[in-house]
Write a new protein. Structure first.
Lengths: 113, 114
């Protein structure tokens, strides 16, 4: 079946530091890949997505590249802000298993001023 | 910007009671979903709904669960006889299509079963 594995958290950084959150996946078909973000007390917000190999999704300074050869979709940001503190979820959707999203464990990011 | 809304934000119930969680998806979306997140665990898929019927469900979605779209705007999840292990955050989501379009989530309902 499908699965998503994220780097173990939590992650604590200083403002303006470089962020990487690792995500690898296992899928039976050709999945679409997503990053969702959950700010405190809120729901899951779609941050970025990529639908095929070598696509790069980007939004709000965050980027992730769909790497089929390494089955990865790592999230990066060059300079984090305190307001980026949240939980980040990697997820995939694979049409061979319907339209459900399969999520990773989530990574708590805390950015200190 | 259109958004998915959910009510109530927090529901407390006694074991064995029925609960109905309500969602209003984004108005032009066609696919609707329920997920849940038990504290400290992954977000898990429960069910998807399209064209007024269930299109997919997980092994979690047993006979105690049901979904309904009673009118043109609401989408509900009913748990007939709640168990302690049903305590979780329940998220509703909607999407315009399948696959790569992405799903848009509501803020969640925290269900506490005592």
């Amino acid at each position: 079946g499908n699965s998503v594995t994220q780097m173990e958290g939590p992650v604590t950084l200083s403002e303006e530091a470089f962020l990487t959150i690792n995500c690898t996946y296992t899928a039976t078909g050709y999945p679409s890949l997503f990053w969702y973000v959950q700010y405190p007390g809120e729901g899951l917000q779609l941050l970025l997505k990529a639908t095929k190999a070598d696509d790069k999704g980007s939004n709000k300074g965050f980027e992730a590249t769909y790497r089929k050869e390494t089955t990865s979709f790592h999230l990066e940001k060059g300079s984090v802000q305190v307001s980026d503190s949240a939980v980040y979820f990697c997820a995939l959707s694979d049409q061979t298993s319907g339209s459900r999203l399969t999520f990773g464990e989530g990574t708590q990011l805390t950015v200190n001023p | 910007e259109p958004e998915v809304t959910q009510t109530p934000s927090h529901q407390v119930t006694q074991m064995g009671q029925e609960v109905i969680l309500r969602c209003v998806p984004i108005s032009n979306h066609l696919y609707f979903y329920w997920y849940r997140q038990i504290l400290g665990q992954k977000v898990e898929f429960l069910v998807s709904f399209y064209n007024n019927e269930i299109s997919e469900k997980s092994e979690i979605f047993d006979d105690q669960f049901s979904v309904e779209r009673p009118d043109g705007s609401n989408f509900t999840l009913k748990i007939r006889s709640t168990k302690l292990e049903d305590s979780a955050m329940y998220f509703c989501a909607s999407s315009a299509g399948r696959g790569g379009l992405g799903q848009f989530f509501g803020p969640g309902t925290r269900l506490t079963v005592l």
